[in-house]
Design a protein around this ligand. Structure first.
Ligand SMILES: O=C(O)c1cc(C(=O)O)c2c(n1)C(=O)C(=O)c1cc(C(=O)O)[nH]c1-2
Ligand SMILES: [Ca+2]
Length: 714
């Protein structure tokens, strides 16, 4: 048993928390300058308080900083040191890196910005010029979660599937490699990781008939070194495939390869240097509905699994499947965190995950053995986990593809927890989970066919579960849709305390040696809570929903807290205003916010949230048009423009759009693609002009329904 690599940071945290070391002492205790980033820097990142060198702060992805200058006693004096406005108004999900006094952050549309981390002076910026039309390939907003560092370079995955190396000093492009088939709906939203000079990158797209994989590229040259597919390919590939895919093939039925199969690796990774294992989180099936993807069932390896790989070769070592035979978009791409925990008197090297399916898993990270599991949010799709087999005991109704009947599941497709990073406080032994409490109706679609061009290819009828225009049902659904910051004891597998929020989609977490856990909120605040009981100790009005996780660093003896603010991601788009505004409506004001003790900077006055009036033309369409428009809106429009045509504050609320007034203008945009550069493609490859007009009639119909309710005070 070796505690070495994780113990350094943890032990330091305990020491600092108890004696409140001054900034000067701290600054001397850690290497302030790393220069060219090498393996030793990344392996010691947990103890490097000056910097934030990799996505999850260290390879264990604990997001715990021992820094204690800002602490439970003085956090009330935390103020704005500087801020920077971003030039995109879409979801901001990135974790900044801080290296040698410089801060690097990515924004929506995969842009990169560099600042002096002390003053906020801009150093350089880089725009990969992602074509606007790429937006339609992204299931969940045009987000990016950050860069990775190695040597004197930074590495960026772009929404259109490129992996780009930048010169860290200048922001100039050094090399660029296309990592996906750009004729398909692959995207990259996740941050790369670098292990021993190999840049590891996955991709997204499992809502659109893709096949998931993760690849490694040489940091110096951009040469691809290996690629690991998560699901087996077409039968003619069987002869040449590695053993892990031959084994997986036994768990599939039908002609899944024609539908991609899914299993994208779109977010989480972690690395254990001593075991030399890279852990990847694998996503959902494509399509979701297993009855279409793999008729007759099967586990469908390696969907919804954590897989351990040898990072030098991409060779399979072990896997643990959280959701066998996924049919609910229950990805296991959520944050993977490594820690050493004392369980039953024995220190175990564990891996922890709170995937979408609602269960918190503690797994032996050497072998993949399940140590314990318990649900961290309410769930109704199982009666628990069978500890003998490590499998969920699924209730029969949950398999809606087999029954042919709808199933309302909690958690739903948004998960009990999504991509928002968790944080760990080693001295408290707590994992902080940005949790979601929300249900989702899975309505199987009869005679479903994939569309090779556009739209969600998931095998469920996405309009059948629309929230009806009924004030009581809307209010009841909104009341049942909540969020929480859950302080979870992973040894006891139980909740210690929670901060309850009125709505989901609160930000990623950061824990510190100052006895604090920091989190932004869907209501538009940055907050600090006591790690011991969740008491709120500080709050700053961020003016926009904060979904990204904060970071902390220390320069010249002063501790800083930084967070990229900006409302977006899937929740502010797809569920529509009645469910995504349960914390209150917020707008997207994308800004990097940086705080330190005693600072008193102010943001410009908060602009009022302006909504266009709900003033649609009179409905003159037919019932047939509404029926056709309802279905097509669900399949092609709802993921961005909102459930049942109720839009958000981020993208146009079509009920309020002046474009509704004109059939011709509507066709120019929706059929011909007049707004393609802004991310709205023309759908003529999938939809005829008649079907597109029917969508307009559906939106007019819905807008009139809601206007009437508004007039009645509904
Ligand atoms: O299946 C996929 O390939 C895939 C990709 C992504 C992504 O890359 O952002 C998300 C999801 N799925 C997903 O299921 C999901 O809930 C989700 C939320 C978000 C987000 O950034 O808000 N991305 C994604
Ligand atoms: Ca997905």
């Amino acid at each position: 048993m070796n505690l070495g690599k994780w113990a350094a940071g943890a032990a330091m945290g305990i020491a600092l928390a108890s004696c409140q070391t001054t900034g000067e002492e701290l600054a001397q205790a850690v290497p302030a300058q790393v220069g060219s980033v090498d393996g030793a820097d990344l392996l010691s990142a947990a103890a490097n308080n000056a910097n934030w060198l990799t996505y999850g702060r260290d390879y264990a992805e604990q997001r715990y900083s021992p820094l204690a200058q800002i602490n439970a006693g003085n956090v009330g004096q935390l103020g704005l040191a500087w801020y920077a406005d971003m030039d995109t108004a879409r979801g901001q999900e990135a974790t900044p890196l801080v290296i040698d006094g410089q801060l690097f952050v990515t924004t929506a549309w995969s842009k990169v910005k560099a600042y002096d981390a002390t003053t906020g002076a801009p150093l350089w910026e880089y725009d990969p010029q992602v074509p606007g039309a790429t937006a339609v390939k992204a299931c969940c907003d045009v987000v990016n979660r950050g860069v990775a560092a190695w040597g004197d370079k930074l590495f960026l995955g772009t929404l259109d599937g490129r992996l780009i190396a930048l010169d860290r000093a200048t922001g100039e492009e050094v090399w660029s490699e296309v990592t996906v088939d750009q004729s398909m709906a692959y995207t990259i939203t996740g941050a790369p990781r670098v292990i021993d000079g190999k840049v590891i990158i996955g991709n997204g797209g499992a809502e659109y008939t893709t096949r998931g994989y993760v690849s490694a590229y040489d940091a110096e040259t951009g040469e691809m070194l290996w690629r690991f597919y998560t699901v087996p390919g077409a039968p003619d590939e069987a002869a040449s495939e590695p053993a892990h895919l031959a084994a997986a093939r036994e768990t599939w039925n039908g002609e899944w390869w024609k539908l991609g199969g899914g299993g994208t690796v779109w977010d989480s990774m972690a690395y254990d240097a001593e075991l030399d294992l890279l852990y990847i989180g694998v996503g959902n099936g494509s399509p979701w509905n297993q009855a279409y993807r793999s008729p007759g069932g099967g586990d469908n390896l390696y969907l919804s699994s954590i897989v351990a790989l040898r990072p030098s070769t991409g060779e399979y070592v072990w896997h643990y499947q959280t959701t066998p035979g996924d049919t609910w978009d229950f990805t296991a791409t959520q944050h993977i965190m490594l820690a050493d925990l004392e369980i039953d008197g024995e220190v175990r090297e564990v891996l922890m995950q709170a995937p979408k399916n609602g269960f918190f898993y503690v797994i032996d990270r050497a072998t993949g053995e399940l140590i314990s599991a318990n649900n961290y949010v309410a769930q109704n799709w199982t009666t628990g986990i069978d500890m003998e087999t490590g499998r969920p005991i699924v209730v029969p109704e949950a398999r809606y593809g087999d029954t042919g009947a709808p199933f309302v599941s909690t958690p739903g497709a948004g998960g009990g927890h999504n991509w928002h990073p968790m944080a760990y406080h080693p001295a408290e032994g707590l994992v902080f989970i940005p949790a979601i409490e929300a249900a989702f109706p899975y309505v199987p679609e009869e005679d479903w066919e994939p569309d090779p061009n556009y739209g969600f290819n998931v095998g469920i009828d996405q309009s059948a579960g629309f929230l009806p225009a009924d004030p009581e049902i809307r209010a009841a659904s909104a009341a049942a849709t909540k969020g929480a910051l859950i302080a979870w004891d992973p040894v006891a597998q139980e909740e210690r305390w929670r901060v309850q929020y009125p709505g989901p989609w609160n930000g990623g977490a950061l824990a510190t040696g100052g006895g604090l856990v920091f989190q932004g909120t869907a209501a538009g605040n940055m907050a600090a809570y006591s790690v011991t009981d969740g008491a709120e100790l500080w709050r700053f009005r961020a003016q926009t929903g904060v979904v990204a996780p904060p970071i902390t660093y220390m320069i010249d003896g002063e501790q800083y807290l930084a967070v990229l603010a900006g409302w977006g991601g899937i929740w502010p788009l797809a569920p529509g205003g009645f469910l995504n505004e349960t914390s209150g409506p917020v707008q997207n004001i994308s800004r990097l916010l940086v705080f330190k003790l005693g600072a008193s900077g102010e943001l410009p006055p908060e602009p009022e949230l302006v909504r266009l009036p709900l003033d649609p033309p009179a409905f003159r369409g037919s019932e047939e048009q509404v029926a056709s428009g309802t279905y097509d809106y669900g399949r092609y429009c709802a993921a961005c423009h909102g459930d049942n045509a109720v839009g958000s504050t981020v993208l146009p609320d079509l009920r309020r759009s002046a474009v509704l007034q004109s059939e011709q203008v509507w066709q120019t945009i929706v059929h011909d693609g007049a707004l393609e550069q802004r991310g709205m493609v023309g759908f003529s490859k999938s939809l005829s002009a008649d079907r597109i007009e029917a969508i307009r009639q559906f939106v007019i119909f819905r807008a009139n329904q809601d206007k009437e309710l508004e007039q009645r005070g509904g």
